[in-house]
Write a protein that binds this ligand. Sequence first.
Ligand code: GAR
Length: 187
Amino acid sequence: MVKKKACVFISGSGTNLKSIIKSSRDYNFPINIELVISNKKSAKGLNYAKKYSIPYKILVCDRSKFEQHVLQLIFLKKIEIICLAGFMKILSKNFIRKFRGKILNVHPSLLPKFKGLNTFNRVLETNEKLSGCTVHFVDEKLDNGKIIVKKRVFIKKSFNQETLKKNIQIEEYKAYSQAIRKIYSAI
Ligand code: GAR
């Protein structure tokens, strides 16, 4: 099958990147990761790009320069899809408009609940019984675009931020690959 060319943006540990890389090794998975971009030099996720021989670029600069570089790279590599995976920089409206319907993101809550940062802490503070994760298209508003896949996690009384995060991230790995299959397998 002809796979679509994807680029994954990361800022941190990159466990979602690792999970997408693993899925993409399946012949029938609809995308191939051609490039990893990090806005942090220290992002541990870069090790997965190295381990799996995926070209990567570290771009530590202001948003406008970051996006200019990214546009050049995406053009050169003919990238068709951008997957945000723990990417903690907000992209400009202009950039998002250029790639409307082509940028996906994973967020560690059942959107539209708990948009923004410090999700696990806020979920626990409000005594939620249920949370989860959401893979969605990115639009101009934060954590707002059309939802592709949601997965639920029931919150046990014993959960703290660490255990909630761990349990939600296990669902994120399934949700991200499922969302990619759902969107791009049919095309
Ligand atoms: C993930 O849990 C993801 O949902 C979250 O960052 C983590 C990245 O983990 N993203 C956001 O909070 C974005 N709003 P990873 O680097 O190990 O994939």
